[in-house]
Write a protein that binds this ligand. Structure first.
Ligand code: GCO
Length: 459
C-alpha cells in the first residue's frame, strides 16, 4: 500500500540560492568586494583554496539557469542581492550597472513564471564597510537601512516575498568563531554583531512599511537546528544542549518575537563578559510585526558533555541513521522546528521553509551521463514528509525551497561540497540535472509524492 503525500494547492515549491555563492562576475560592472572575497583570498580559510570570483557564473548565465528552473517546474526562486554590487562603497554612490543586473534578473524570473523571493543580506557585507568596523559599528544599522530603502523603492511590489536577513548566526560565526568572514575570534564581537544585525533587520522592516507596498510582504530567515542531549537523562548533556539552543536560534527568536534576550542568554553573556551594548528602545525596534517567517532547517544537533563519547560520536558516523556524507538523517528536525515556533514563540504568520538540502563530497557525473543521488532524494522525501505532517496538524506552512538549484560555492568549503539538484562542472560550467532534480520536478508537477506505507521517517 502507498501513502499519498499531497500538498495544498497554493503551496509554493522552489529552490534557494545566494548572490556570493552563484553569481561570480566579481570584478565586473563596478562591483565592490565583499568580505567573502577578501576572506577567501587569505591562506587556509577555504577548504579547497578557492574564491567566489566565478562561482556558477550565474551573473552571465541566469537566462539559461532560470529556463532550467522552469523546465523543472519550479514555482519560485529565492536569491539574494549583492550589497557591494549595488553600493560598491557600502553606501552613498549607487552603481547603476549593479541595479540593472537585478532589473534584468527579475524580468527573467517573471518570464519563466518564477515568483521572486529576495533576501537583502546573505552574509556578503561590502568590504568597504568592514573597514569601518563592519557589524561592530552601530552605523551598520543606518547603512543597511539606506540599502534596504533603495531596493524597496526600485523593486517594491515586483518582489512578493522580501527577507531582511538570511541566518544572522553567520555573523556570529564570522566574528566569534573565525571560520566565516571576516574571520575574527571574539565572543563579544559575535554577540555585538548579532545585536546590530537584529537592529538592522528592525530598521529595514520599518522602512519597508514606509513604502506602503500593496502586494509584497516582508520577513526574516532564521535557521532552527534544535540541540538534543545525547544521553536523554543526563543532566550535563541536557544543560549543554539547552545552552546551545540559547546561543543559537533563541538568541534571534527571543528578541524578534518576545522582545528581549532570554534570562539564560543574559546570564551567559554576563558570565562570559560578552554582553553587547544595548541601548534604550533597541528591543522595540527589533520586534517588528512580520508578514512571514523563513525557516532554514537541515538537521538537528546532538550534544554530549563527555568529551570521550563526543569524540567517538564524531568519528563513528556510519550506517544506521547516517547518510554517506556523515550527517545524521533526522527529517523530523523540520517538524520540531515548526512546532517550537508556535509553542515557544506563538507564531501564526505563514512559514516558508526557505532552505533544506544535503551535501555530497564525492559526487560525479557517471558514464551514463547521470548523477544518481539517491540519498538526496530520500533526504528531501523525509523532510517533505514531516512538513506535510505539520501542515496536516494545522501549521501554517506555505512553501518549501531546496538548497539549491545548482552546486555552488559553499563558503569555507569552497567547491568541495555539493548541494545542487543540478551538478555544475566548475571548469566548463556545464550543468547536469541530477536524479534528485528530476524527482523534485515530478513532486512539483504532482503536488506531492507517494511513499510505501511502511516507510519509516520516524526517529
Ligand atoms: C545556510 C546558508 C547557505 C548555505 C547552505 C548550505 O543555510 O547555511 O543560507 O548559504 O550554503 O545552508 O550550507
Amino acid at each position: 500500500m502507498m501513502n499519498r503525500i499531497r500538498f495544498p494547492e497554493d503551496f509554493l515549491f522552489g529552490t534557494a540560492t545566494s548572490a556570493a555563492q552563484i553569481e561570480g562576475g566579481a570584478y565586473e560592472d563596478g562591483r565592490g568586494d565583499s568580505i567573502w572575497d577578501t576572506f577567501a583570498e587569505k591562506k587556509g580559510k577555504i577548504l579547497d583554496g578557492s574564491t567566489p570570483a566565478s562561482a556558477c557564473d550565474f551573473y552571465h548565465r541566469y537566462p539559461e539557469d532560470l529556463a532550467l528552473a522552469k523546465e523543472l517546474h519550479m514555482q519560485s526562486f529565492r536569491f539574494s542581492f549583492s550589497w557591494s554590487r549595488i553600493y560598491p562603497e557600502g553606501f552613498g554612490r549607487v552603481n547603476e550597472k549593479g541595479l540593472d543586473y537585478y532589473k534584468r534578473l527579475i524580468e527573467e524570473l517573471y518570464k519563466n513564471g518564477l515568483k521572486p523571493n529576495a533576501t537583502l543580506y546573505h552574509w556578503d557585507l561590502p568590504q568597504a564597510l568592514d573597514e569601518k568596523g563592519g557589524w561592530q559599528n552601530r552605523d551598520s544599522i543606518r547603512w543597511f537601512g539606506e540599502y534596504a530603502s533603495l531596493l524597496f523603492r526600485e523593486f517594491g511590489d515586483r518582489i512578493p516575498l522580501w527577507a531582511t536577513l538570511n541566518e544572522p548566526i553567520a555573523a556570529y560565526v564570522g566574528y566569534a568563531q573565525g571560520i566565516f568572514a571576516p574571520g575574527h575570534t571574539s565572543e563579544k564581537e559575535g554577540r555585538q554583531a548579532n545585536h546590530h544585525l537584529l537592529l538592522a533587520h528592525g530598521e529595514a522592516v520599518k522602512r519597508f512599511r514606509e513604502e506602503n507596498l500593496k502586494d509584497s510582504s516582508i520577513g526574516i530567515v532564521v535557521d532552527v537546528w534544535k540541540h538534543h542531549p545525547y544521553r536523554k537523562e543526563n543532566r550535563e548533556d541536557l544543560t549543554l544542549a539547552e545552552l546551545e539552543n540559547e546561543k543559537t536560534y533563541r538568541s534571534y527568536l527571543h528578541p524578534l518575537f518576545l522582545g528581549g534576550y532570554s534570562d539564560a542568554l543574559l546570564a551567559y553573556m554576563k558570565k562570559e563578559a560578552c554582553m553587547p551594548e544595548i541601548l534604550d528602545g533597541d528591543f522595540e525596534k527589533i520586534r517588528q510585526p512580520l508578514d512571514f517567517f523563513g525557516l532554514n532547517c537541515y538537521n538537528r544537533v546532538v550534544d554530549c558533555a563527555d568529551e570521550t563519547i563526543a569524540k567517538e560520536l564524531r568519528t563513528k558516523r556510519s550506517g544506521g541513521n547516517f547518510q554517506d556524507n556523515g550527517n545524521e538523517f533526522y527529517p523530523k528536525a523540520v517538524y520540531d522546528a515548526i512546532r517550537l515556533l508556535k509553542k515557544d514563540y506563538g507564531l501564526s504568520i505563514p512559514i516558508y521553509v526557505t532552505e533544506n538540502g544535503t551535501p555530497s563530497y564525492h559526487e560525479k557525473v557517471g558514464e551514463d551521463g547521470c548523477v544518481h543521488d539517491r540519498e538526496r532524494i530520500r533526504y528531501l522525501q523525509g523532510f517533505l514528509y514531516w512538513i506535510h505532517r505539520a501542515i496536516e496538524e494545522g501549521h501554517n506552512v506555505k512553501g518549501y525551497y531546496v538548497w539549491s538549484l545548482l552546486d555552488n560555492w559553499e563558503w569555507n568549503s569552497g567547491y568541495s561540497s555539493r548541494y545542487g539538484l543540478t551538478y555544475v562542472d566548475f571548469q566548463t560550467m556545464k550543468r547536469t540535472v541530477k536524479d534528485s532534480g528530476k524527482w523534485y520536478a515530478e513532486v512539483i508537477q504532482n503536488g506531492g509524492f507517494d511513499i510505501k506505507e511502511d516507510t519509516d521517517f520516524e526517529e
